[in-house]
Design a protein around this ligand. Structure first.
Ligand code: KG4
Ligand code: ZN
Length: 334
């Protein structure tokens, strides 16, 4: 019998997440405890602090997820936890907690790849993309395009050779003294700027291929920031807008091109950067022009969360995946 009510657990980076998901589609509850305030003074995630915060938060967050779903431990049919990639110390907290829960509740446990989790966030919407489709995952740690041929099957078409898109946002924000993380801050600042004032080049690389490079855009931003010098404050909206427009153009071009090459009518954008308003706007515009359907999950499912992990776990079990052995280990890299 297929486990239907899944407890999802996510602790790969700086969010402690727990969620209850029914049939891989219906989110009964989703709790995310963010550590942003803890890490922001350091300008990035401090791995050891992240692990310790996960230890403190994991049980209350799981309890809250169960309570909000109106369920008890005994109502859970299976546990799904992020196994990697991510910070090892952070992953170990959620993964070990999930093992203990599964052991005590005598239910199966599945290990979920965090990137597959982001892809599964698309199935949490009322109107998921029609399979096969192409998907761009743009987050703080990854930027890659996939050809998705089933709920748990995808092939990698290309990925970044240097920075991830979200990482570039974070670094440019840091250079402008806007704090960490920088995605949402630049998103807002750019809305008041002129994207054409600063000439950012677009690194398409091979236009026929699906690799990315964001280090050049980041370097250009650094140069414009240095040139502005003391006059940075009035220029920063324009620099932010120019940077964002260049990133958005490259992401949109590559995703639309991938849909054409794979002859898919549907394309999707997932990961933290998918919350970006300008990128979403450009993608919807491009989709209209090209006669494609674009899917972007609501912001709550773009950033790291456990509902997407629960969904991915459900589809893995439905596809016949074996539960993990309770001696299974986590992995830091893909
Ligand atoms: O998926 P996510 O929560 O964590 C990872 O798996 O990395 O993505 C976090 C990234 C950060 O780099 C953050 O700056 C970026 O997503 N981000 C955004 C926006 N909101 C978050 N980037 C651009 N625009 C946004 N509105
Ligand atoms: Zn993520």
């Amino acid at each position: 019998k297929l486990p239907r009510t899944i407890l999802g657990i996510e602790t790969s980076c700086d969010e402690t997440g727990a969620a209850v998901v029914a049939d891989g589609r219906r989110v009964l509850s989703s709790v995310v405890s963010s550590q942003v305030a803890l890490h922001s003074p350091y300008g990035g995630v401090v791995p050891e602090l992240a692990s310790r915060k996960h230890i403190e938060h994991i049980l209350p967050v799981v309890r809250q997820a169960l309570a909000e779903a109106g369920l008890k431990t005994g109502d859970i049919d299976a546990v799904a936890a992020t196994q990697g990639p991510g910070l090892v110390g952070a992953l170990l907290v959620g993964f070990s907690f999930a093992k203990a829960f599964a052991y005590a509740a005598n239910v199966p446990m599945v290990g979920v790849n965090h990137l597959n989790g982001h892809l599964a966030s698309l199935f949490l919407t009322d109107d998921p993309p029609a399979i096969p489709f192409v998907a761009l995952l743009a987050s703080g740690g990854h930027t890659a395009i996939y050809h998705v041929t089933g709920p748990v099957t995808s092939t990698l078409m290309g990925q970044t050779r240097d920075d991830a898109a979200g990482e570039a946002y974070d670094k440019v924000a840091k250079m402008m003294g806007l704090g960490y993380p920088g995605g949402a801050v630049i998103d807002n600042l750019a809305a008041q700027g002129d994207p054409a004032k600063y000439a950012f080049t677009r690194p398409y690389l091979d236009k026929a291929a699906f690799d990315f490079s964001f280090s050049g855009i980041k370097t250009a931003a650094r140069r414009f920031i240095q040139e502005a010098g003391d006059a940075l404050a009035p220029e920063s909206p324009h620099i932010a807008a120019g940077f964002q427009e260049a990133v958005a153009d490259v992401l949109c071009y590559k995703l639309v091109h991938a849909a054409k090459v794979k002859k898919c009518g549907h394309m999707a954008l997932v990961g933290g950067v998918a919350a970006n308003r300008r990128i979403g706007e450009k993608l919807r515009h491009a989709a209209k022009q090209e006669g494609l359907v674009v899917h972007i999950p609501p912001p709550a499912w773009c950033g790291d969360n456990a509902a997407m992990i629960g969904a991915a776990g459900f589809f893995q079990l439905a596809a016949g995946a074996e539960p993990v052995d309770l001696s299974a280990d986590v992995y830091s890299r893909v």
